[in-house]
Write a protein that binds this ligand. Structure first.
Ligand code: XBP
Ligand code: MG
Length: 263
């Protein structure tokens, strides 16, 4: 009997967006939240540091509510905040997508190369993210071009599932929509909430850290890298086994997937 046949073949790459495809949080989402607060005459300003703490909660609407409850005196919470949040969040999305349209937020190192290579090898692609769908299409449009939206068979985003990351629901949704099992896919994440979600859906997970997430617990990851890197820009392996690779390419992704299957 050939034991190889019991191993599932890798078929799809599933990407998180914020922090993984692009460093969107500090100079993107945070700035857009502050612009929305200004627009609505709300006296809040999220510093780089405070925003790092607020990232504990995924989802912009959920994050605003969390801030009001945890950081403000009861008396300082605007009376109709709960009602205002969807409107405030729509303004934030408008500011954020405007910011993206200036090209101010690029993809992280190696992302475009890996996606191109994955397409060439015939891998199916998907996105599983907490952020609002318009933010994903704006990021793709202003980095890879509008046609890149169609490269992703499924873009699972925002309120499409009621429970956001760290719940596994967004990955479960993506797998179901692609009619694939977890062992036929690999996930790309950058945060603790992200990996709890992907591993919760039983996905082999590759982590690329960033400034906000470098101290997170990634013990469930198959590999933790500082970046995907490029042939002339080597990654640093924080944990896991990259064999002789210096950057994340499809060969290494396949190797990691296979390793996870045999564990
Ligand atoms: C991303 C998020 C999002 C964005 C804001 O987490 O937490 O909430 O910060 O997006 P992940 P919205 O990368 O784990 O998916 O304001 O559009 O909700
Ligand atoms: Mg993320």
């Amino acid at each position: 009997m050939n034991t190889q046949t019991s191993q599932s073949q890798l078929k799809a790459f599933i990407f998180d967006v914020d922090g993984t495809l692009s460093d969107t949080e500090r100079d993107g989402h945070r700035v857009a939240f502050n612009q929305a607060f200004d627009e609505y005459g709300i006296d809040w300003h999220w510093s780089v540091e405070t925003y790092g703490e607020l990232l504990a909660v995924t989802g912009g609407k959920e994050r605003m509510k969390f801030y009001a409850e945890k950081y403000l005196d009861k008396n300082d919470i605007p009376e109709d905040l709960e009602k205002k949040i969807p409107e405030l969040h729509a303004a934030k999305t408008r500011h954020y997508t405007e910011l993206l349209s200036t090209g101010a937020i690029p993809l992280r190192s190696g992302v475009e190369r890996l996606i191109t290579e994955a397409r060439q090898r015939g891998y199916r692609l998907a996105i599983a993210t907490t952020t609002t769908p318009e933010n994903v299409t704006a990021l793709l449009t202003h980095t890879l071009g509008a046609e890149s939206i169609d490269w992703f068979e499924v873009i699972a985003a925002g309120d499409i599932v009621p429970a956001k990351k760290p719940a596994p629901d967004i990955y479960d949704y993506t797998l179901k929509a692609m009619n694939l099992s977890a062992d036929e896919c690999i996930a790309f994440e950058d945060s603790s909430n992200g990996i709890q979600s992907s591993v919760g859906a039983n996905l082999t997970t590759i982590i690329t850290i960033n400034d906000y997430t470098k101290e997170h617990d990634f013990s469930a990851a198959d590999i933790v890298l500082d970046q995907m890197g490029e042939p002339d820009q080597a990654f640093t392996v924080i944990s896991g086994n990259a064999e002789n690779s210096t950057h994340l390419n499809c060969d290494l992704v396949e190797q990691l997937h296979q390793q996870a299957q045999t564990q």
